[in-house]
Write a protein that binds this ligand. Structure first.
Ligand code: SRM
Ligand code: SF4
Length: 518
């Protein structure tokens, strides 16, 4: 079934035009031909845009070397899956690498168009898909990275997350019902107490809440938030929809909201196409009523309170699981960057010490679950843990960075290498008594989520000695976990050359850091 777009704008922008001409998923039929033609001969709209419906991103910064964005529901993957991804990346030698993303996902680098048919076969053989992971589609669905492991969680959401992904993507085969949304769309389902998913920055977020029954015991389900998003033009926190749903209603509710958004979302101006703009136009009451109309049954009002009552955890280090005698071990992956050798090794460690499972976090790190008490000490002695530490220095530990200028053509500055070098330098100079989460993002699109950080840094061009130089806007005041609150820009245009000194002062004055005695 193709979507019924009722508010098709009369003056269509170029994205709406090319989507109407040919569905993004249709390029799947052209892949063999693209592979034979080579990247330079592919029609530009297919190459630069429609391929993103299959998770294949043309990179103008490295032409001919594509990026592939996967889907990893709840950030979970298996050792054979990691092994296959390592083999794919290894093929490209120095060009091959992978990044853990801020949506608990993996992106592969260096991909050649001629290899894509074979790569898709390999992904399928291990149950992976990259379908509908870019452009006007629903992104990777995030969840607590310790779902099913955490003794204090309220709902193990892994199956739900998978079911929502299966509904949206037709079990990874592609689903043209949801390939022409007005814009990108983010969904998060939290089952734990610490808001590990940043619910407030998703278009739909489910957060655990008990609903009191008239005669029965309170049941656990979810309160629903809608409309959270970041863009260069506007950032908005998700707002309560005043809805409580039981777990078995989650898939239906996602479908209903997506259908309403697909058929009524604003399409004329891409700067105003995210879900919140529709909610603004209609008001929350009408939006809720339209969702109910799709569902064909009334929704219950939200539970009075939700169960998010913890500070957010970073999962780095060794923690007991709810299963007796087992632990999960969070490894810190500096700015999320992995190379083939690291990926092979992670796959091996998960087999030797765990159950062959790996988890990814929105802080761009890896968790090895199901490590028995008996095997723990040996795991901690493994050489890979020197690189991916369980006890990194404080600023490096909490560092997050978007892709930046190395691969992203929107970037105004290089981020990952600069972020890491600066965090290491400041860790050497300062004694910290509390964690300070620093997030870097290369441009106002905010993929590195500077608004959720203690200190957010957004790439810009600054002026120094009369010249335009790499710079950042400084964000502050972001809080996470319970009562999360978005940070705001507190200082504009700091030259990157002056940033280390500026951050040093901020850390001393606002976060209680003390200079180390030299
Ligand atoms: Fe993003 C576009 C990378 C999370 C907001 N994002 C892009 C593109 C695809 C632009 C491009 O074509 O070059 C970047 C690809 C660069 C590359 O080569 O890696 C890109 N975004 C990323 C990742 C990889 C950052 C990272 O290093 O982790 C994240 C991938 C997540 C995933 O697995 O799907 C990523 N992007 C985000 C987030 C954070 C989140 O979801 O929690 C946001 C803000 C939240 C949101 O979307 O509301 C985000 N990305 C954007 C936007 C602004 C959207 C808007 O409504 O205007 C763009 C630009 C666009 O879509 O036009 C964008
Ligand atoms: Fe690229 Fe900007 Fe997103 Fe960073 S924030 S990945 S520079 S689009």
């Amino acid at each position: 079934m193709t979507s019924v777009i009722t508010n098709q704008a009369t003056s269509q922008n170029k994205f709406e035009k090319f989507k109407a001409e040919k569905d993004g998923l249709a390029v799947r039929q052209d892949l063999e031909q693209f592979a034979q033609l080579g990247w330079e001969a592919i029609d530009e709209t297919d190459r630069d845009h429609r391929l993103k419906w299959l998770g294949i991103f043309f990179r103008p910064v490295t032409p001919g070397k594509f990026m592939m964005r996967l889907r990893m529901p709840s950030g979970i993957l298996t050792s054979p899956q990691m092994q296959v991804l390592a083999e794919i990346v290894q093929r490209y030698g120095a060009d091959g690498s992978a990044d853990i993303t801020t949506r608990q996902n993996l992106q592969l680098r260096g991909i050649r168009i001629e290899d894509i048919p074979d790569i898709f076969d390999r992904l399928k053989s291990v149950g992976l898909t990259s379908v509908q992971s870019g452009m006007d589609n629903v992104r990777n669905i995030t969840a607590s990275p310790v779902a099913g492991l955490d003794a204090d969680e309220l709902i193990d959401v892994r199956d739900l997350v998978q079911a929502v992904q299966d509904m949206i993507t037709n079990r990874g085969e592609g689903n043209s019902e949801f390939t022409n949304l007005p814009r990108k769309f983010n969904i998060a389902i939290e089952g734990g107490r610490d808001n590990s998913v940043h619910a407030e920055i998703n278009d739909i977020a489910f957060i655990p809440a008990f609903k009191a029954g008239e005669q029965s015991e309170p049941t656990i389900g979810f309160n629903v938030l809608v409309g959270g998003f970041f863009s260069a033009k506007r950032c908005a926190s998700a707002v309560p929809l005043n809805v409580w749903v039981a777990p078995e209603q989650v898939v239906q509710l996602c479908r209903a909201i997506l259908e309403v958004y697909r058929d009524h979302g604003l399409r004329a101006n891409r700067q105003k196409s995210r879900l919140m703009w529709l909610i603004d136009e209609w008001g929350l009451e009408k939006f809720r009523a339209m969702v109910e109309q799709r569902l064909e049954y009334p929704l219950l009002p939200a539970a009075e309170k939700d169960e998010i009552d913890w500070d957010k955890r970073d999962h780095i280090g060794v923690y007991r699981q709810k299963q007796s005698g087992l632990n999960f071990v969070g490894l810190h992956v500096p700015v999320g960057r992995l190379y083939a050798a690291d990926m092979f090794e992670l796959a091996r460690l998960s087999e030797v010490y765990g159950s062959g499972e790996l988890r990814l976090t929105v802080e761009q790190n890896v968790i090895l679950p199901h490590v028995s008490d008996a095997r723990l000490e040996a795991l901690l002695q493994e050489p890979l843990l020197e690189k991916f530490s369980v006890n990194p220095s404080p600023l490096v530990r909490s560092l997050v960075s978007c892709t930046g200028a190395q691969f992203c053509n929107f970037a105004l500055i290089e981020t990952k290498s600069r972020a890491l070098a600066m965090a290491k330098a400041l860790d050497e100079q300062l004694e910290l008594t509390r964690p300070v989460r620093i997030h870097w993002t290369g441009c106002p699109n905010s993929c590195g989520q500077p608004q959720v950080a203690d200190i957010g840094l957004m790439g810009t061009k600054a002026r120094k000695n009369g010249k335009a130089v790499d710079g950042v806007d400084l964000y502050g005041g972001g809080t996470v976990g319970k009562d999360a609150h978005l940070g705001e820009c507190v200082e504009k245009g700091i030259a990157c050359d002056d940033l280390e000194d500026r951050l040093r002062n901020v850390l001393i004055e606002q976060f209680g850091a003390k200079p180390k005695q030299s």
